[in-house]
Design a protein around this ligand. Structure first.
Ligand SMILES: [Zn+2]
Length: 164
């Protein structure tokens, strides 16, 4: 596995890209030559250090738009993260269903009292479904998806730096 050296995406860059993707602003501005961190205004100095990746940029070298492949990297990253969160949340719901039915089948009092058993089962499913989906999707899936997505992004970044 390669070392994670990818400087994408600064918060400001991500905000810019999301707004461009939503058609809320054009893809123009002043961007860092290395990490595409956006600069709101350029001061009168001839060079400036990127506050995100610390690259020194001469003010004539700023990049004026974020290239399309960088947009693809962001989309791919978000897609991987979403995929993990959703899959893990479904796994949580599946566990809730499985444990709920096993509980009713194994406690003969619940099994024999149809109405009471049903009420208990539904209450259990409502609560545990939510908790387990949250835990597996929102916590485990979120973390694993983030790591997986960063790894993929880093690979894409290495390819990008080779050709640029
Ligand atoms: Zn930078």
């Amino acid at each position: 596995m390669q070392e994670n050296t990818c400087p994408l995406f600064s918060k400001e860059l991500e905000k810019h890209m999301v707004e461009v993707s939503n058609g809320q602003r054009p893809n123009i501005g002043n961007f860092c030559t290395y990490c595409f961190h956006p600069f709101q205004q350029i001061n009168e100095l001839n060079e400036i250090n990127c506050e995100h990746c610390n690259t020194t940029i001469h003010d004539s070298d700023f990049i004026n738009m974020v290239p399309e492949p960088i947009f693809k990297m962001l989309k791919e990253t978000r897609k991987i993260e979403r995929h993990y969160v959703i899959s893990f949340a479904f796994f949580g719901i599946f566990l809730s269903l499985l444990s709920g039915f096993l509980m009713v089948l194994n406690i003969s009092f619940l099994y024999k009292n149809e109405i009471f058993g049903t009420i208990i089962l539904f209450t259990y499913l409502l609560i545990s479904g939510r908790l387990l989906a949250n835990y597996f999707g929102g916590f485990l899936g979120d973390q694993m998806g983030y790591n997986k997505a960063r790894q993929k992004l880093n690979e894409r970044w290495q390819e990008w730096t080779k050709i640029n």
